[in-house]
Design a protein around this ligand. Sequence first.
Ligand SMILES: [Zn+2]
Length: 246
Amino acid sequence: MDFIDLHIHLQDYEENFATDIVKKAQKFGLKKMICAATSPKDWDKVAAFAQNFPDLIVPAFGVHPWHVAGISEQWQNLLKSYLKAFPHALVGETGLDGLKPDFDLQQNLFSAQLKLAREFKRPIIIHSVKAVGSMPDFWHLMPAKFMIHSFNGRAEHLHDILSHGGYISFSASILKNRDIEKIVKTVPLNKILLESDGPYQAPNKGELSSPFFIPEILQHFASILRADIEELSRQIYQNSLEFIND
Ligand SMILES: [Zn+2]
């Protein structure tokens, strides 16, 4: 079974752990990983992963809503230079987090990154936590492809995202959502993506997440949907390629 990890922070693992994931990838059918940066401070590291493993790692460059404070004035020019240097790079991780400070600044940076994604015709990876009320201000800025990463909200929040053409990406965190059945059944099959969000969002407390948990999520989804797991995995693999413009 081939699969793609739509969201991982390889730069946040201990170095040997990250190399281990890369080494094991082939054996487990992991064909690609989208390695998401979170601030100008880690763009270099993400770029290095993409350069060292060009067939496996697709980089994403952006400013996470947790890292907006004290951002340098040059961040936009720098981001443009990374997007130019990596023509297949995505924009992200960006977004909004109502549990974190500087919400005005978060919104400014989010809209600037949405504009860049449109200008450079790149898909964008969105972190959205306690921000449902603010998203309507941004729908008109969305690029052709966007995904809400590690969705773990309520089923009724999906309709707005889906009606604007968004993809929904799930990490193991969804397995603990009381609404999981309703959520999985609400998302059209061609809009489902899967991710590890490694090293975060492990299925069990105290563990590090890794892409190798993704088949476990897939298995849960297949049983909820009463779908053939091979067929579902092929569909999600196809969605992933479409999302990253591959
Ligand atoms: Zn993340």
